[in-house]
Design a protein around this ligand. Structure first.
Ligand code: FMN
Length: 187
């Protein structure tokens, strides 16, 4: 085998709360972003962009989440508010992958959306190759337009995922994988 194949055959997600600091260095973050943007992209539209949340930025995102949650749940006490405030502080680094897909004269929007998925996955693979673990989650914030607007998304932009990245703190057992005979056919 080779290291890339070994990584792809063994990588699995680690829950955000198991991802510890220190997170990637500035140079490593740049490497991650270069790899995330080096993906198939029909029409060279770059129909995605990235928002890096680390340090205080994670706290600012959490303040937005808790403000919205509190507005929607006026009876929520601190035991329910605290996890919202800490939502983006579970891992030392969170990179939001933003899909910028929009109607185009030639390139179907669907293909632009798929490209954002490829960016997200490349980011995960690169993080794991650097020795970190990762988790691709959306959770409620990704689907709350008030949250999206507050972190700077334009009306046509969507969160493809919040990729949480940090150091492993636990051995995560693999999960069952689809049987190839159930998902592969041949013509
Ligand atoms: C677009 C997308 C959004 C996801 N959102 C969540 C989420 O909000 N919460 C969650 O527990 N898992 C979410 N997942 C699933 C995890 O990323 C991951 O697939 C799962 O933990 C199993 O990981 P593994 O097969 O990489 O080991 C999402 C996956 C995708 C592709």
């Amino acid at each position: 085998m080779n290291p890339t194949i070994d990584l792809l055959l063994s990588r699995r997600s680690a829950p955000p709360q198991t991802l510890l600091g220190p997170g990637p260095t500035p140079e490593e973050i740049e490497t991650l972003l270069r790899i995330a943007s080096r993906i198939p992209d029909h029409g060279k539209l770059a129909p995605w962009r990235f928002i890096v949340l680390e340090g205080e930025g994670r706290k600012r995102a959490g303040e937005i989440a808790v403000r919205l949650f509190a507005a929607d749940n006026p009876d929520a006490d601190e035991s329910r508010l605290a996890p919202e405030r800490a939502r983006f502080c579970r891992a030392p680094l969170v990179i939001a992958v933003v899909s910028r897909a929009k109607p185009h004269v030639k390139i179907p929007e669907w293909e632009q959306v798929l490209s954002a998925g490829a960016a997200s996955m490349n980011l995960e693979i690169a993080a794991n190759a650097l020795g970190y673990r990762s988790s691709w989650v959306t959770e409620w914030c990704a689907y709350d337009r008030r949250f999206c607007e507050a972190i700077g998304l334009l009306p046509h932009e969507k969160i493809a995922g919040f990729i949480h990245i940090g150091r492993p703190s636990a051995v995560i057992e693999d999960r069952a994988r689809p049987k190839l005979e159930e998902i592969v056919t041949r013509l």
